[in-house]
Write a protein that binds this ligand. Sequence first.
Ligand SMILES: Nc1ncnc2c1ncn2[C@@H]1O[C@H](COP(=O)(O)OP(=O)(O)OP(=O)(O)O)[C@@H](O)[C@H]1O
Length: 335
Amino acid sequence: MPPTVESTATPGPVPGASPADHAGIVVRGVARSFGAVRALDGVDLDARPGRVTALIGPNGSGKTTLLLVLAGLLVPDAGHVRVGGHDPVTDGGAARALTGWMPDAFGTWDSLTAREVLTTYAAAYRLPRDSAQARVAELLETVHLAEYADRPASVLSRGQKQRLGLARALVHSPKVLLLDEPASGLDPRSRVDLRVLLRSLAEQGCTVLVSSHVLSELDELVDDAVFLSRGRTVTPQALAGRAPAQRTWRLRSLSYGALTRWLASTGSAWQPDDDAPPPGSPDDAPGGVLLAVGGDAGAAQLVRDAVGAGVPVTSLAPVGGELEQAYLTLDEERR
Ligand SMILES: Nc1ncnc2c1ncn2[C@@H]1O[C@H](COP(=O)(O)OP(=O)(O)OP(=O)(O)O)[C@@H](O)[C@H]1O
């Protein structure tokens, strides 16, 4: 099912609303500046228990700043924040006790083993010693680091350190999970494992908020998506019910030669697809092109015209998933 989008048109309770709105994450009108830079400039967000919510935005749009505020590591200048019903500023201990936080880069103590790193965090969360050992062993299995349990963290690769960071965030079985670029550095199998794990945590009632630039993967994982642009929550055109004027589609044909000759005759702008046949290939070699099409009606017309002109069309599909297309319609650029 495609993710749904937090719309600024339905911001929910106003700032100052009851902290008991719901047991997930509630953010209303949050602002935070660093000197003259307004990193957060009025963010509204709901991430609900049992759902995986994506936090998406260009570089510098405020994702990490918002996650730091939610983790209780940064005090907002203004706004209303609740994590599991607690204010991370005034009720930080209670909020942190139920929050798991995975930063984008997880620093470890290199002289400790992976098991010792997790045991240290378990002690910090006051897990009883016996259950802590069992929990740590379980998590090392979950993130496929059992083999490295008793080796110093310094030997772990970047992806393995990421997985240790994930285990660290889960050590106290948090009800709310904040993950900043968790897939960064992970190999494809670990990314699949991560997706399965996050989905299963959500099914157990956890609130999962995850920031990532890997939109193709988020498409398959998330239930809801919140877009940030220049520190503000925005609703991208493509997901707000207003079709973007143009989006990129991939048109494939049994004969790349016939396809490109026909496009040239219509004066259309296009570019070769990744696996278009190299120059000098036989005329009937299959291949595809990328081109901008105005909405579904434009796509239907394109297929009619191409087939009518005798082009052996095999497929026409939008490029990228729904989140990627939505992201590309964001007005503001990265900063
Ligand atoms: N400690 C800081 N001091 C000064 N400016 C900061 C600080 N932290 C963040 N900023 C600025 O705030 C803005 C938002 O940064 P933030 O790291 O939250 O963005 P982001 O969306 O996480 O970006 P990226 O996708 O690159 O990780 C940026 O313009 C950044 O330069």
